[in-house]
Design a protein around this ligand. Structure first.
Ligand code: SAM
Length: 349
């Protein structure tokens, strides 16, 4: 065992490092999501309040440190890396990180390097992402109506996102559209969003809104269970269960009429924790073992304490030994505040 305070001997660390990361519930950790910045050029109403305070730049890990951190996880069996945020493509120099991480794709250590983006900067970066081995990306888009888009994102411009999607498809990137189901906002539009996405060869995943962080609105006003979304879509489309998995939490159906895939991410109505293979690290090097729990481990201090990765690896081991069984989000009239005070933009979606 590695000591909890990170003082295990180098020998022990070396042995540990050759092992996969297995949590107390025998789940192998093979997927790391990295929030490379907490900043975003949008202010989506379910994600952030309009006036957010962001971390001082000095607190952020440098791109080199992020690379070292990701690489430490890759050396322990992580096969899928997702860069997220905040908006990952607004982090200055982000392509330097993508370029350096792509060596793990070339070596075969990594199966997939990908990003989740709001699409606003995609027009600029699509070709480079493709060139560095990124094959599939997630683009978050909740509506096709420009006015509604502006009111959901507060600051976003639909035309820019559409241009980004065009550029990404032209570059040969596979796209999955992620849409958060919002009561009274886009609930009537999800069928059209599906037709549009599948018509352009993109998968669509719908997501239940989660109670993360203080926002300016009530969650109760936003939340709608995906069982309802699915029932409504089933009135218009034939939904066939399939086994397709991407290593993430979505469960998929095939839509018979379009031939495309539709995913459901249901943290509220059906918690998918039993098969969780993920951990998340923030741009300050804080490791969250569960999106829905507060427990976290600081990886920045061990990373900076020494040029060798021994302390860092010991801290990762200790944190994984504390990965909880799951989350228990709840949105109801008695629990209308955030289940957790941190925003999705801190941990990354
Ligand atoms: N800026 C990027 C983007 O827009 O995709 C990456 C970060 S964003 C936090 C990642 C995803 O989380 C987006 O699809 C967003 O819609 C989703 N999201 C944010 N807050 C959420 C919440 N409270 N519940 C459910 N999904 C949320």
């Amino acid at each position: 065992m590695v000591a909890a305070n990170g003082t295990a001997s180098s020998n022990l660390d070396r042995t540990t490092r050759s092992r996969a990361l297995i949590d107390p519930f025998q789940r192998a950790i093979t997927y790391l999501r990295v929030s490379v910045t907490d900043r975003c050029d949008f202010r989506c109403v379910y994600c952030m309040s309009e006036h957010m305070s962001f971390l001082p730049k000095a607190d952020l890990l440098s791109l080199e440190e992020l690379d070292r951190l990701c690489s430490a996880f890759v050396s322990r069996g992580v096969r899928k890396l997702r860069l997220t945020g905040g908006e990952p493509l607004v982090r200055r120099g982000i392509m330097t990180l993508v370029a350096s991480l792509s060596r793990h794709l070339e070596s075969g250590a990594l199966d997939e390097l990908t990003i989740t983006t709001n699409g606003s900067q995609l027009e600029k970066y699509a070709d480079e992402l493709k060139a560095y081995g990124v094959a599939r990306i997630n683009v978050s888009l909740d509506t096709l109506d420009p006015d509604k888009f502006r009111s959901i994102t507060r600051w976003g411009e639909l035309g820019k996102v559409m241009a980004g999607i065009d550029a990404a498809l032209a570059a040969g990137l596979k796209i999955k559209i992620n849409a958060v189901a919002l009561k009274g906002v886009n609930e009537d539009e999800l069928g059209d969003l599906l037709a549009w996405a599948h018509g352009r060869g993109m998968d669509l995943t719908v997501i239940e809104v989660m109670p993360l962080g203080d926002i300016d609105e009530s969650r109760l006003d936003q939340y709608m269970p995906l069982s309802l979304v699915r029932a409504r879509l089933a009135q218009r489309y034939t939904l066939e269960d399939i086994d397709y998995r991407t290593g993430g939490p979505a469960r998929y159906v095939r839509v018979k009429e379009t031939g495309g895939r539709l995913g459901f991410i249901t943290p509220m109505t059906h918690n998918f924790c039993e098969s969780c293979n993920r951990v998340r690290v923030t741009c300050t090097g804080t490791l969250y073992m569960c999106l829905g729990q507060n427990d976290a481990a600081d990886l920045r201090a061990p990373l900076r304490a020494s040029a060798s990765d021994d302390l860092l690896q010991a801290a990762i081991d200790e944190a994984i030994s504390r990965k909880p069984k799951g989350h228990d989000f709840l949105i109801d009239r008695r629990h209308n505040g955030p289940a957790l005070t941190r925003h999705m933009s801190t941990t990354g979606g």
